[in-house]
Every structure is written in structure tokens, then in C-alpha cells.
Design a protein around this ligand. Structure first.
Ligand SMILES: CC(C)(COP(=O)(O)OP(=O)(O)OC[C@H]1O[C@@H](n2cnc3c(N)ncnc32)[C@H](O)[C@@H]1OP(=O)(O)O)[C@@H](O)C(=O)NCCC(=O)NCCSC(=O)CCC(=O)c1ccccc1C(=O)O
Length: 279
């Protein structure tokens, strides 16, 4: 894959790479020797990187991918799986307690008010595929393969992994994917609505960056509201809370709301009569 953009690397990470260029952040899981399986440390670093991208007002779009062309992500690292979760190197792990901290990352991607594009070469499997499903858009290389393995390896994701997948591909197909643990080609994933487009591996980054550039030409607030609106239905009260928070943000930006704030600070009655009572 030739680079089509001058990525600038920043931050000190062991399990991921964080890069930016032209208003795009690229976050890469960097454990290719395990097909980019995640461990607790990977997820801590991913959460940090997604927060940096969220807070950076220069960044309008995030590309989420895996190092190399063999895998986006193969899910939880089964080699460090304990009896109650994944055992990291942190203080919690030293007490023998495992973590299931990919759930926090899933929520973070859903609630991040900027589009997240998943760029998949090779495997998108298990908890890795759930992350892919949580992203706003997915661009797949023609060597990509998708699937869930839970019932084979003694795991399942009954949250986004089940019902967001069902919302994406339909109930029958979601059951097939989970119950049978088959693997699906990029083209099959596109046909079932799990990915947006499939391109030759050599064109994967070029195409993904092109989609990101198109998104950057659009209104950031409109994209934010659309992401919130599309997610609100399936995220229930939490989705509505986010959408309502965005409405409050827009209201704060109005002269009407600012009149209320100013009147309080100036110890006078607010003059709301100057604002129209809209039909
Ligand atoms: C993806 C494969 C089908 C690819 O097969 P192949 O091309 O033949 O490559 P391999 O030789 O198998 O793999 C190369 C190398 O990578 C290692 N590896 C691959 N995947 C993993 C993994 N997930 N963990 C650890 N290591 C991995 C593999 O062992 C090889 O290294 P060696 O040194 O040669 O041993 C195939 O690799 C495969 O099936 N992989 C496993 C896929 C899988 O089952 N993933 C886990 C699913 S369960 C999950 O993801 C947890 C879900 C979860 O996170 C969760 C769910 C619900 C609530 C909470 C949580 C949570 O927070 O954890």
C-alpha cells in the first residue's frame, strides 16, 4: 500500500500508531504478529488516541485500521485471556482480575461526534469485527474477510456485536454469522451491507483518504447531528441524551440563550421578547 498522504506520527504508544494529516487522524492497531488482536493496553491506548482526535479541532475524520495487510483486527488476544477477562500489565491485572474493556471503546466510537471510517485489509474477526460494525463507514480491501468466532472460542458479544450487527445486516444474517462462525469475503460483506465499498488492496488507503477528504468538505455540525440522529434510535436513552446534548450545544450558540446568560450576569430581567416564537 503506497502512502497517498503525508502522515505525521505523534505520541508514544506500544500497541498503536497515531498519525494525522490534512484534517484526518489515522489510528492503527499495531500488533500484526497477532493479527492485531487487542489486549487491555491496546484498548487504553486506543481510547486515548480517539480522545485526542475528538478534542483536536483540526481533525474532522478518523480512519481506524490495523497494521499490515493481513488483518484489521482479530478481536481479543486469546493468549492473555484469563478466567474472567483479558489480563493486562496494570494494577488490576496484578490482583488477578481480567478486563473486558473493548466495550468502552465501542461506546466511545459511537459517541464520538466525528465520522469514523474503518479501513479493513485482511481479517476483521471476533471483537475486531464488532469494532468494525461500530464505525460509521467501512472501506474494505478485496482480501478482507469478516466473521464472528465467539461460539467457537467461548465468547459472545450480546451488545453492539449482536444487535447493531442485526440492524446492519438483518436478523437472519446476524444469527447466521454468530451461530455458524463462518467467514465472509469482502464482496459478501458488501452485499449484506456490512461494508460500504470494496477496492483492490493496493488502492485501499487512497480510496479511504478520498472518502475522508469528501467528508471534510461537508458541514461538521451537519455530520455530527446526522451521526447522533442515526445512532439515537439504536442507542436508546443514551443516544437521545447525546442528541439532546447536541441540541443544547446549538442552543447555547444562539443569541437567545446568550441573552439568558448575559441577563443573569448583568443582574437584569432577560429580554426574550426580541426573539421570534417560531411556528
Ligand atoms: C483470524 C484467523 C482466522 C486467521 O487465521 P490464519 O490466517 O491462519 O492466521 P493464524 O496463524 O491463525 O494467526 C497468525 C498469528 O496470530 C495469532 N492470532 C490470531 N488471532 C489471535 C487472537 N485473537 N489472539 C491471539 N493471537 C491471535 C495466531 O495465534 C498466530 O500466531 P502464532 O504465534 O502462530 O500462534 C485466526 O487467527 C483466528 O481464528 N484467530 C482468532 C480469532 C478469535 O477467535 N478472536 C477472538 C474472538 S472473542 C473476542 O474477540 C473477544 C470479544 C470481546 O472482546 C468482548 C465481547 C463481549 C464483551 C466484552 C468483550 C471484551 O471486552 O473483551
Amino acid at each position: 500500500m503506497s502512502s497517498v498522504i503525508d502522515w505525521q506520527r505523534s505520541g508514544e504508544y506500544s500497541d498503536i500508531i497515531y498519525e494525522t494529516a490534512e484534517g484526518i487522524a489515522k489510528i492503527t492497531i499495531n500488533r500484526p504478529e497477532r493479527h492485531n488482536a487487542f489486549r487491555p493496553q491496546t484498548l487504553f491506548e486506543l481510547q486515548q488516541a480517539f480522545n485526542i482526535a475528538r478534542d483536536d479541532s483540526e481533525v474532522g475524520v478518523i480512519i481506524f485500521t490495523g497494521a499490515g495487510d493481513q488483518a484489521f483486527c482479530s478481536g481479543g488476544d486469546q493468549k492473555i485471556r484469563g478466567d474472567d477477562g483479558y489480563i493486562g500489565d496494570d494494577a488490576v491485572a496484578k490482583q488477578g482480575i481480567g478486563r473486558l474493556n473493548v466495550l468502552d471503546l465501542q461506546v466511545q466510537i459511537r459517541r464520538l461526534p466525528k465520522p469514523v471510517i474503518c479501513m479493513v485489509a485482511g481479517w476483521s474477526i471476533g471483537g475486531g469485527n464488532v469494532l468494525q460494525v461500530c464505525c460509521d463507514l467501512t472501506i474494505a480491501a478485496d482480501n478482507a474477510k469478516f466473521g464472528q468466532t465467539g461460539p467457537k472460542v467461548g465468547s459472545f458479544d450480546g451488545g453492539y456485536g449482536s444487535w447493531l450487527l442485526a440492524e446492519t445486516v438483518g436478523l437472519k444474517k446476524a444469527r447466521e454469522i454468530w451461530y455458524l462462525c463462518r467467514q465472509y469475503s469482502a464482496e459478501e460483506a458488501r452485499e449484506m451491507g456490512m461494508v460500504n465499498t470494496v477496492v483492490p488492496l493496493a488502492d485501499l488507503e487512497r480510496e479511504t483518504v478520498q472518502w475522508a477528504r469528501e467528508l471534510l468538505e461537508k458541514s461538521p455540525l451537519a455530520l455530527r447531528m446526522l451521526k447522533g440522529a442515526i445512532n439515537a434510535v439504536s442507542d436508546g436513552a443514551a443516544g437521545m441524551q447525546q442528541f439532546a446534548g447536541d441540541a443544547t450545544m446549538l442552543y447555547y450558540m444562539s443569541e437567545e440563550a446568550q441573552e439568558g446568560r448575559d441577563a443573569f450576569k448583568e443582574k437584569r430581567r432577560p429580554e426574550f421578547d426580541q426573539f421570534p416564537r417560531r411556528p
